[in-house]
Design a protein around this ligand. Structure first.
Ligand SMILES: C[S@@+](CC[C@H](N)C(=O)[O-])C[C@H]1O[C@@H](n2cnc3c(N)ncnc32)[C@H](O)[C@@H]1O
Length: 229
């Protein structure tokens, strides 16, 4: 037993280290990465004026969600988009709702329970790993979240693996090209920057919608010609 104890300690240390995230970035391909929005501000995500400001209903209509689809709401927060998506995919469909902040996941769970929603699987993801099953998603929606990723390369690789062959990323980001959008610069992205980051990680533009008041909505599919560096 005395000889076994150090081995057991070493094994548990190695397991703990494997759980650790690699160091995060503060900048990626010339873009400053934004700080994660704190869960204490979650009420802001459910603000009444959000419909007038961002037209989220119009945005979700562009997603062309069909009953039976499997969709991931990446960086779901307290579930502003998760609940309508769950209704749209219906009982044969499924939503993976991923967030790195356990408090956001708890608020989401409370909202799901209050509304009796059964087809959402909340996942407490890690900063470099959303813990999604491989080849599982028809779509991964990212609303106001990608610019916060401290590990964009690992997250894009993980999302690429989680998407089915013809699956798409639906990326919603505040427009950096537009000074009238009242959001801090590090929480905005230009189309040029989005293309740069997506193309470098094996995604190519499938379609886009330019009709939202403040945001870009761009759909990216897997680029099959891409080779990981
Ligand atoms: C500005 S909030 C947007 C929430 C939600 N998408 C909405 O539109 O209401 C960004 C969320 O992304 C989450 N987030 C940041 N980095 C993440 C990561 N690597 N994986 C999953 N969620 C992440 C944050 O915890 C936060 O809840």
């Amino acid at each position: 037993m005395t000889r076994l104890l150090p081995c057991l300690l070493l094994l548990s240390c190695l397991a703990a280290r494997a759980e650790e995230a690699p160091p995060g970035l503060t900048e990626y391909l010339g873009r400053q990465i934004a700080m994660t929005m704190h869960w204490k501000g979650a009420e802001w995500l459910m603000r009444r004026v959000r419909e007038q400001e961002e037209s989220p209903t119009l945005m979700r209509r562009q997603l062309d969600v069909k009953p039976g689809m499997t969709i991931c709401d990446m960086g779901c927060g307290n579930g502003f988009h998760t609940l309508p998506l769950a209704a749209a995919v219906g009982e044969k469909g499924k939503i993976y709702a991923v967030d790195v902040q356990p408090e956001m996941i708890e608020m989401l769970r409370a909202n799901l329970e209050r509304k009796g929603v059964k087809n959402v699987e909340p996942i407490n993801g890690r900063f470099h790993d959303p813990r999604l099953p491989a080849n599982s998603c028809d779509m991964i929606l990212l609303v106001d979240v990608y610019h916060e990723f401290s590990h964009p390369v690992q997250m894009l690789a993980a999302m690429r693996a989680a998407l089915k062959k013809d699956g798409v990323l639906a990326l919603v980001e505040f427009r950096a090209e537009d000074d009238t959008v009242p959001i801090k610069p590090e929480h905005k992205m230009s189309k040029e920057q989005i293309h740069k980051e997506m193309n470098a990680n094996g995604f190519k533009l499938a379609r886009e919608f330019d009709g939202l008041p403040w945001q870009h909505l761009m759909f990216f599919g897997k680029d099959d010609t891409w080779k990981a560096p």
